[in-house]
Structure formats: C-alpha cells, structure tokens
Design a protein around this ligand. Structure first.
Ligand code: C2R
Length: 164
C-alpha cells in the first residue's frame, strides 16, 4: 500500500454518501489517501491527535467533510499547518447552508479552503488536493491533464435532442 498523501476525514459515517465522491476522484487520479471518521465535537481528543500527527505521518493535505455546526475543518486547521480543504455536507433542515457558513467563515489567520455543498464540492476538493500535489509530481500532473482533456471531450460531444 502506498503511503497516504491525503487524509479524507468526516464528522460521521453518515457523511460518506457525499465524501465517497472525494475518495472516488482521488482513486481515479491515483492519489493515495486514508479515510477516517473524526469529530471535533464527539471525539475531540482524537481530533487533536489526528491533526497533530498528520504531517509527521506523511500527509500533505486534509479534506474534511462535516455537516451542521461543522467545526471539524476549522479545528483541524487550528492544529496543523497542512492545508485543510473543507466540504460542507448537506444537512437535514438547512440543506447545508449551516455547514457552508460554519466552514467558510473562519477568523483571519486560520484558513480553510472551502468548497461547494455536497458531492460536487467533495469531488472538487479531491481535484484541488491533486492539483496541490501535482505541483511536485510530474506524473500526477499528466494524469490530471488527461482528466481535464477527457472532461473537455465529453462536453464537446454533448448534443441537445431537437423537439418536433
Ligand atoms: N459537524 C460535525 C462534527 C464536527 O464538526 O466536529 N462532528 C459531527 N458532525 C456532523 O454531524 C452530522 C450528523 O451526524 P450523525 O449522522 O452521526 O448524527 C454529520 O454531518 C457530521 O459531519
């Protein structure tokens, strides 16, 4: 097993339906990652331990998904110098607006790169993590370029069926 370079963490296993889009995108690009459930609220000691050891274990960035009062990404960012990429999970009553605002409205000095609510945000966080790593990994840059080219070809091949 290759050394994980990206930590994909989430506040609950109920976030997996969204966060699997981050994992899937990393897998497609051949970026080694690890998956963990870590909660600032429910497992604060584990959160500190995870954040404090992440860099020394070889991780290069952390993608963190959380819903509702989504303190996980911000608290991770407070305890590590690694870039933290936050994914707002759609929540039951407020549709993820609570998650988005909790993650994006960090105080000056402790940034979290915040992505869109839901699966597109999770996939984009993975693509962003790959772009960060590709700056120092030419083979990954080639795979990322190929992904872009495939996406472009798929859009160029789109057609709209005419009516009548
Ligand atoms: N936002 C957080 C944190 C945290 O930020 O520490 N820990 C769990 N959660 C969120 O609670 C929601 C409901 O969790 P449950 O489904 O387990 O009740 C999840 O979206 C999770 O990310």
């Amino acid at each position: 097993m290759a050394q994980p370079l990206v930590g994909v963490v989430m506040g609950s296993n109920s976030d997996w339906e969204v966060m699997r889009h981050a994992a899937g995108q990393l897998r497609v690009l051949g970026v080694p990652f690890e998956l963990r459930v870590v909660s600032a609220h429910r497992t604060p000691d584990l959160l500190f331990q995870y954040a404090e050891t992440a860099a020394s274990r070889g991780l290069r960035c952390i993608i963190a998904g959380a819903g509702g009062a989504a303190h996980l990404p911000g608290m991770l960012a407070a305890k590590t110098l690694l870039p933290v990429l936050g994914v707002p999970i759609p929540s039951r009553y407020l549709k993820g607006m609570d998650s988005l605002l909790s993650i994006v409205q960090m105080p000056k000095g402790v940034p979290v790169a915040t992505f869109a609510i839901g699966e597109a945000g999770a996939a984009n966080a993975a693509l962003f993590a790959a772009a960060l790593l590709a700056a120092g990994d030419g083979e990954l840059a080639v795979r990322l370029q190929a992904f872009r080219a495939e996406q472009e070809a798929a859009v160029l091949a789109m057609s709209i069926p005419e009516e009548g």
